[in-house]
Write a protein that binds this ligand. Structure first.
Ligand SMILES: Cc1ncc(COP(=O)(O)O)c(C=O)c1O
Length: 344
């Protein structure tokens, strides 16, 4: 049975060009700063996002956690969007690695406004922890791949400056946001103190992310990466695939977005499924499920799995589907047919 895998854009396999580049990569020991391919990748991604410096990190989670470790002193609070990745899916790392208290803030479509955030910034009093940093996520994964535009981001950056807070951007899918809006990644990254981007999601590289910031910040980030166990040796083998990802895969993302839209439109026609079409801007579709008809989300996930369609639950009565290079229109049809079959 052919499997249609909509669980995540992380399931993509590296392209033949990536494998070739990996085999031929010039490498050295990056802990000694001697890997020319990683140096090239870091310069390239810094240039693309118009940041002074970049650091290759093994995962997006590590990139986020290094940033928080540097932005927020032990015992301080970090404001994050309530459905955000760094809050839900990074194993409480900010608490266990850096002694930080997350302050989740609910928002519409995963994009908090300055008015959402402002009440949660602690006053400077002797009986409360200090707020040190804010994290935004663009696109926002569990809000459905929603895109934060400059008009959303700028008031938060202004508020943060006024209150002396650092702002980190979890840009695991910033490529998708830029593709959806038809703007440069740099235009969406401007003004943040640090940005993390991933090569291993829609861009299909097997491993790797980058953290971006000032030269001084990245100098410190290199030390924290080593402390967190992420100092790598001949990692140019990985960097080579990421360079191909940057050169060859960004332009393709609009196809994933169009396919997600088609998938959402088709699923929305099925009784018992509910999709907020306004949230389907990129490659992620969150589907509300009538549990009386389909059963709770984990049951639906299992039933679809038996029909050869892999998806993930996003909550007790919602599921998430993600389009990527390794699903095509036939997989979309297969998926819609499987849902229809279960709707009765
Ligand atoms: C928005 C977001 N941030 C960060 C990450 C973490 O990336 P990684 O799985 O490489 O740690 C993910 C992973 O899916 C994500 O979706």
């Amino acid at each position: 049975m052919k499997i249609a895998d909509f669980r995540s854009d992380t399931v993509t396999k590296p392209t033949p060009n990536m494998r070739r580049a990996m085999a031929e990569a010039e490498v050295g020991d990056d802990v000694y700063g001697e890997d020319p391919t990683l140096a090239k990748l870091e310069a390239r991604v810094a240039g693309l996002l118009d940041f002074p410096a970049a650091l290759f990190v093994p995962t997006g989670s590590m990139g986020n956690q290094i940033a928080l470790h540097l932005h927020a002193p032990r015992g301080s609070e970090v404001i994050l969007e309530a459905k955000g990745h760094a809050f839900h899916y990074e194993m409480s790392a900010m608490a266990s690695l850096s002694g930080l208290m997350p302050r989740p803030v609910a928002s519409a479509r995963g994009i908090p406004s300055a008015a959402d955030v402002a009440p949660w910034i602690r006053p400077d009093v002797s009986y409360m922890a200090r707020t040190a940093a804010i994290v935004l996520e663009n696109t926002h994964n569990f809000a459905g791949g929603t895109v934060a535009r400059r008009e959303h981001v700028d008031p938060i950056l202004e508020l943060a400056r006024a209150r002396g807070l650092k702002v980190h951007l979890d840009g695991a899918r910033l490529w998708n946001a830029a593709a959806a809006l038809g703007v440069s990644e740099a235009s969406l990254a401007a003004g943040f103190d640090s940005v993390m981007v991933c090569f291993s999601k829609g861009l299909r590289a097997p491993v790797g992310s980058a953290l971006l910031g000032s030269v001084a910040f990245i100098h410190e980030a290199r030390r924290v990466r080593k402390m967190f166990g992420g100092g790598m040796r001949q990692a140019g083998v990985l960097g080579a695939a990421a360079l191909v990802a940057l050169d060859e895969e960004r332009a393709r993302l609009v196809e994933d977005h169009a396919r997600a839209k088609r998938l959402a439109d088709r699923l929305a026609e099925i009784p018992g499924l509910c999709i907020d079409a306004a949230t389907v801007e990129t490659n992620i579709v969150i589907v509300g499920v009538d549990v009386d008809r389909f059963g709770p989300a984990p049951t639906l996930v299992a039933k679809l799995g038996s029909a050869g369609v892999k998806i993930n639950a996003a909550g007790p009565c919602s599921v998430r589907l993600v389009t990527h290079a390794d699903v095509d229109d036939t997989d979309v049809e297969h998926c819609v047919t499987a849902f229809r079959g279960l709707a009765g």
